[in-house]
Design a protein around this ligand. Structure first.
Ligand code: ASP
Length: 435
């Protein structure tokens, strides 16, 4: 049995809804379905979820709810009309309008895209609707309560042999709609796959799978046929964001393979993400990267023998709400790599707090760093992978500013100047996939 989740582009208009219905009905193993809100129909179009955030803002600034909600209602009206469905969404639209007038929350407003998508898909398939607000609960810390979600989803599914669930939202245990972060329908899908006891979680999108290089930088990158959960986490983190990174954990916990599939070509093999991954002939599974990093470099003589030094630096990061992605140390220096925006926002207080915490010899913040991560669970224990990477980047005439590799040996991450980013990614991709 399978749970299948369909992303927003796969449900952008009536034609896409029909395509998705055909995919579902052509595979009797698909018993549970999770849908996103309709996405963009064409490049300049606006996603329903973005329209809903704009709608909420308009209402807050005094626009009447009926007027603010009309662009959303009109998109759904058009889909229902073109599908020839007999459902009447007008009373539901009125409910949303009056809830908004009454001060409904931003999460409630944003969730209506998935809600209406699911109503339509459930009518199209003639399958029951799973009310996610009754079973997918969030903790007070804002994350889903996995055990409770599992239990309550199981209860709501009951004896049903099929169902359609809206993605992206659930509820606080005490009531009130709560959404995941953007792209969070992937997480809803993983939770439903768990609770329904599915053998596979299919995630259908508008791309053919996970590529071994970011196609916007490496246009001839290939789709990875199979990979390990731990590899997707490393790749997703660095920008290959086809799948929400938080969707991996629930599937991994239950050992459910995630099969990334391509709505525009259901015969395409896609990418299977599982515990065992792929028996890749090369040690590297994929390469990803991202521009937009800054380094905070702190120097202090005899730092290495001062117990608690790093903890105090990290406390200053924590106090300023700066997440860091990488850390590299020398005996008398430590460099932390963080997204440039988060450092810029608090530059002066961060420097002051680090100074107060550890009294360093110097602190410098440099922008313009790009990080490139070479990922592969088969790299561990294989001599020469880092050597090949560094030689390839060196041969391309690029200076490496930072190198990070954990002892888990699943990724080697290098920092280069932003202007060298593309060239470095190409050099690494060529080395491991075209040599
Ligand atoms: N519709 C939401 C978004 O645009 C959630 C999702 O599609 O996963 O982020």
């Amino acid at each position: 049995m399978k749970t299948a989740k369909f992303g927003g582009t796969s449900l952008a208009d009536a034609g896409r809804f029909l395509q998705v219905r055909d995919i579902i009905l052509s595979d009797p193993e698909i018993r549970f379905v999770v849908v996103s809100a309709p996405g963009k129909r064409y490049k300049e179009d606006t996603k329903i979820t973005d329209l809903l955030y704009a709608c909420y803002d308009s209402v807050r600034h005094g626009v009447d709810a009926k007027h603010a909600f009309r662009p959303v209602a009109d998109r759904f009206r058009q889909i229902v009309k073109e599908l020839g469905l007999s459902i009447n969404l007008e009373p539901e639209f009125k409910n949303v309008e009056s809830d908004l007038e009454a001060g409904a929350s931003i999460d409630y407003c944003a969730s209506r895209g998935e809600y209406f998508s699911a109503l339509i898909m459930s009518a199209l398939l003639k399958w029951p609707l799973i009310d996610t607000a009754q079973c997918l609960f969030f903790d007070h810390n804002g994350g889903p309560n996995l055990d409770m979600a599992n239990r309550e989803l199981k209860r709501v599914i009951g004896e049903s042999s099929c169902g359609v669930m809206p993605g992206f939202y659930g509820a606080m245990a005490g009531g009130g709609i709560r959404t995941f972060a953007r792209g969070g329908s992937d997480i809803s899908g993983a939770l439903l796959a768990n609770a329904s006891g599915s053998d596979v979680y299919e995630n259908w999108t508008d791309v053919p799978g996970i590529f071994n290089g970011d196609p916007s930088t490496v246009p001839d990158a290939d789709v990875i046929p199979a990979m390990a959960y731990e590899e997707i986490r490393e790749l997703a983190y660095m920008g290959a964001n086809v799948l929400h990174e938080d969707a991996v954990f629930p599937a991994r916990r239950m050992g459910i393979p995630i099969h990334m599939r391509y709505t525009l070509d259901p015969s395409a093999p896609g990418t299977v993400i599982s515990a065992s991954g792929g028996g890749s002939p090369v040690p590297v599974t994929g390469i990803s990267g991202r521009r937009g990093y800054a380094t905070v470099q702190i120097e202090k003589e005899s730092m290495n023998s001062t117990v608690g030094y790093c903890r105090r630096i990290l406390s200053a990061f924590e106090k300023n709400g700066v997440p860091f992605d990488h850390i590299a140390t020398g005996l008398g220096s430590v460099s932390l790599v963080a997204p440039v925006g988060s450092v810029e926002d608090c530059r002066d207080t961060l420097i002051a707090d680090i100074t107060a915490a550890v009294n360093p010899d110097s602190i410098s913040i440099e922008k313009g760093l790009a990080m490139i991560s070479v990922v592969g669970s088969h790299m561990a224990g294989k001599p020469g992978v880092a050597g090949r990477l560094l030689s390839a980047i060196g041969r391309a005439g690029i200076n490496v500013r930072m190198i990070v590799q954990g002892t888990r040996e699943i990724n080697i991450t290098v920092g280069v100047n932003e202007q060298d980013y593309e060239k470095a990614v190409h050099a690494a991709h060529r080395e491991f996939f075209r040599a």
